[in-house]
Design a protein around this ligand. Structure first.
Ligand code: SF4
Length: 327
């Protein structure tokens, strides 16, 4: 596969990476040329479409040709890496895998086999090694993928071709995800600053749309306890302050609104609070996601668990679920 149009359809393949490495001089030149703006805007659009879970059918090509499409893939990965935000990374990986999988389903059988083989899956056979199968299905929750529900013989899991093809998509997502975040030099991130800010603003807006109006009565018990502690003037340990700030930021509160929560503390220091809030919510270039329940437990922050807690593993999932119950 040497055609840049094919490479743009599967930009995570080694051949595509080789092409980008070979042409990185071109990318460098492009970034210094007037095409810079076009490429970066395409990359931002790519991330924003991923964030809003847009149907990849509606967004097949970013840019005016396959090369711009491929470069915008590279830049979009650099943008989310500069922000180092877990949600953005997950959404971009899912979106890119979905997009590539759509192209995959349109290929001839023999080409599909070649592409699947290039990412370590033999779809032409009616089985795959258990050791390949198990990590591939770890993110799939349907009963049919559970190993106990499959026929296994001599260390191989039997699969219909159509099922093996479904697993190609999982493998694509895994390959795209495992290489993120990239280690992008700080000066390059600085060069992308305005585009990174555009992505961060879109993420904030998306959070507002997804979580809707703030409903304090849906906060998980751990977060309510942190707010009560702040209000009572308790000096929260760093991790508690971080968990609270990141949670409030993730559900879409602005820096100012978060500072208002901390303002309830008797020893409130506006400039220190604004500094901490802005640091956590991305002004310093790195966005943070609130810690999962397991981390909260490790730090002794998981308190007053209730029935909803049994069904979630993240305070943000608790909030979403509880909010729905209140609607
Ligand atoms: S289980 Fe999770 S959501 Fe519930 S209190 Fe503990 S950390 Fe919070």
């Amino acid at each position: 596969m040497v055609d840049v149009q094919d490479l743009a359809k599967y930009p995570f393949l080694e051949e595509a990476q080789d092409y980008v490495r070979r042409e990185s001089g071109t990318l460098d030149i492009l970034l210094k040329s007037e095409r810079n703006r076009i490429l970066c805007e395409c990359a931002v659009k790519r991330v924003v479409d991923a964030l809003s879970r847009k149907n990849p059918l509606e967004c097949r090509v970013y840019g005016r040709d396959a090369q711009e499409d491929l470069f915008s893939y590279v830049i979009s990965r650099m943008l989310v890496s500069c922000l180092n935000d877990r949600l953005l990374i997950e959404r971009l990986s899912q979106f890119e895998a979905h997009k590539a999988y759509l192209s995959f389903t349109e290929e001839e059988n023999t080409d599909r086999e070649k592409i699947a083989r290039a990412i370590g899956i033999e779809i032409g056979q009616n089985s795959m090694p258990v050791l390949t199968y198990v990590p591939l299905v770890s993110g799939l929750h349907e009963e049919r993928w559970k190993l106990v529900n499959r026929s296994v013989k001599d260390g191989r899991v039997f699969l219909l071709r159509i099922e093996a093809e479904e697993l190609v998509r999982e493998q694509m997502r895994e390959i795209i995800r495992e290489r993120l975040p990239l280690s992008v030099p700080e000066d390059v991130c600085r060069q992308f600053r305005s585009y990174i800010e555009a992505v961060a603003a879109a993420a904030q807006q998306q959070a507002l749309e997804e979580f809707g109006d703030v409903d304090e009565s849906s906060f998980p018990p751990c977060i309510s306890a942190l707010i009560t502690a702040v209000t009572a003037g308790t000096n929260l340990p760093h991790v508690g302050r971080f968990a609270l700030t990141a949670f409030l930021h993730n559900i879409g509160l602005s820096t100012h609104q978060i500072a208002e929560v901390f303002q309830r503390a008797p020893d409130f220091d506006l400039s220190m609070t604004m500094y901490q809030v802005e640091h956590i919510s991305g002004r310093s270039g790195t966005e943070y996601t609130a810690p999962a329940c397991a981390t909260m437990r490790t730090h002794g922050l998981c308190v007053h668990r209730d029935a909803v807690c049994e069904k979630v593993n993240h305070p943000l999932s608790y909030y979403k679920r509880k909010k729905k119950m209140h609607e």
